[in-house]
Write a protein that binds this ligand. Structure first.
Ligand code: KIV
Length: 506
């Protein structure tokens, strides 16, 4: 049975990135964008071009890099915003301008200070303006679900006649319930019949934990595009989670009669990449991508699954890209075998990237008896989001114990210049981090620190994550990977420092 096609509009890099703790630098956005493209999303919202020079550059770069999907920039319904959005996306194979204007009484009265007539006129005029620049225009009626339905219908008809090919009706504050979402989309299709001839989009926020359920009900009510983010990241409680939506549509096609063109086996990689980039792991019991989503702990469940997986599994782990932790290669494996393994894992690296990754693999294989797919993925993920290294770790020594204060000596090089300093701390890591602060001449605050084992076993690599806060209250995330957890932590701190210098230079 072929279901109706639902377009997936990913806004991880715009709505998702907008939330505290999730900011990404240009390289990270490119890496995430490429992964979303590999997964097969229809539209990537790359950012809000006018919001900052950095956002403009990311949208422009992504527009010029991604070839398989539509690349959109958000814009308020003003000429200045629309011009900037167009400037950023016009180099794309398939550019889109996504403009928005609020239509609810609350937003119009208190935020916009505009009447219904003014909002309607501006929505139409700006859609027409955007359409003169770009053949693909989306209009979002912000806070649509709390808008007057008769007025909203006039806006929908107006922007469609002005050239909008997609009309988005967001539940901006996550206020709707599933049954309301269904009847809302049904009603708007009846009140504004032109909605049947364009793409009708939903964009549900998660304040009440209903974003996924609401989006699915919007689809039953007539939506043909869903706006969502990987891992459900986004403002406040987040957006509808892409992995949940596509698996719900996939597994319950009998209910929704709809399908997407996404490759579901790329779900885990997308989720992991985002967690690695932002340093924000999903909770263990998170649907689809949580560590426990396919784990069966109780004896009864294990027995059932062994007898027939369908007893307790409604989808296979493989269908979301969760592969067995295969033993791959050892220290005698050659570059060719390594490259073949990367291809099987879905990575297509340039010659330079391959050379760097192979060198890292060899170093790891020297330290670790068995190298698994997850080790390789961790190496690739780390290298792919590496920024130019202002400071490089040369060596360190840390002295610590129960009856002495921790002291660290660290040597960092910056180009040809080597600097060595010593400092104390309340523990080995704080001593090392204080020493690095001394060398770079900054007073950075450690906001958060985590370390996870990439695989099982005593010789597992430690994957360290640090969040640092600058004197100007900007936060940066850094990652370090090593079989020595202290080294991984020091490397993570230096990675965050290098990201800070990179961002400050850019
Ligand atoms: O939540 C919202 O209404 C939005 C729109 C701008 C699409 O993010």
């Amino acid at each position: 049975m072929k279901g109706k096609h639902i377009k997936i509009f990913d806004t991880t890099l715009r709505d998702g990135e907008q939330s505290p703790g999730f900011s990404m630098n240009l390289r990270e956005k490119i890496e995430m964008g490429k992964q979303l493209e590999r997964m097969g999303v229809d539209i990537i919202e790359a950012g809000f071009a006018i919001s900052s020079p950095g956002d403009f550059l990311s949208v422009k770069t992504l527009a010029e890099t991604l070839k398989e999907c539509v690349v959109a920039s958000l814009a308020r319904a003003t000429k200045q915003d629309i011009d900037r959005a167009w400037e950023a996306v016009k180099g794309a194979e398939a550019p889109r301008i996504h403009l928005f204007l609020a239509t609810s009484p609350l937003h119009m009265q208190y935020k916009l200070k505009m009447t219904e007539e003014q909002v309607l006129a501006q929505a139409i005029e700006m859609t027409r303006y955007a359409r003169q620049l770009c053949p693909d225009v989306e209009f979002s009626a912000e806070d649509a679900t709390r808008s007057d339905r008769v007025f909203l219908a006039k806006v929908i008809e107006g922007v469609i006649s002005a050239g909008a090919g997609t009309v988005n009706l967001p539940d901006t504050v996550g206020y709707s319930t599933p049954s309301e979402s269904y009847s809302f989309f049904k009603e708007m299709h009846e009140k504004a019949p032109s909605l049947n001839h364009v793409t009708a989009s939903c964009h549900c926020l998660n304040e009440l934990g209903l974003a996924t359920a609401n989006s699915l009900e919007c689809v039953r009510g007539g939506a043909t595009q869903i706006e969502c983010t990987v891992n459900g990241i986004g403002e406040r409680a987040g957006n509808a989670a892409m992995e949940e939506l596509i698996m719900a549509l996939h597994v319950r096609k009998d209910v929704f009669g709809a399908e997407t063109k996404l490759n579901t086996t790329e779900i885990m990689r997308s989720s992991n990449l985002l967690s690695r980039i932002t340093g924000m792991k999903v909770q263990a019991n998170k649907a689809i991508v949580g560590q426990n989503a396919f784990a069966h702990e109780s004896g009864i469940h294990q027995h059932g699954v062994l007898a027939n997986a369908e007893t307790y599994e409604i989808m296979t782990p493989e269908s979301v890209g969760l592969t067995k932790n295969n033993l791959v290669l050892g220290k005698h494996s050659g570059k060719h075998a390594f490259q073949e393994r990367l291809k099987t894992l879905g990575y297509d690296l340039s010659d330079d990237e391959l050379a760097v990754a192979f060198e890292k693999f060899k170093l790891l294989a020297d330290k670790k008896k068995q190298v698994y797919d997850m080790d390789i993925e961790a190496i690739i993920a780390k290298e792919s989001v590496q920024v130019p290294r202002t400071f490089k770790l040369e060596r360190f020594v840390i002295n610590c114990g129960t009856s002495i204060s921790a002291t660290a000596a660290v040597s960092l090089s910056k180009g040809a210049k080597l600097t060595e300093r010593m400092a104390m701390g309340s523990g080995p890591l704080s001593a090392a981090f204080n020493t690095i602060n001394k060398i770079i001449g900054r007073t950075l605050v450690l906001e958060d620190f985590k370390i996870n084992a990439v695989t099982e076993g005593e010789d597992a690599q430690g994957d360290a994550l640090v969040h640092i806060r600058t004197e100007e209250n900007v936060t940066y995330t850094g990652r370090g990977l090593s079989t020595d957890v202290v080294e991984a932590s020091v490397m993570a701190y230096i990675n965050a420092v290098n990201k800070m210098f990179y961002a400050e230079r850019e």
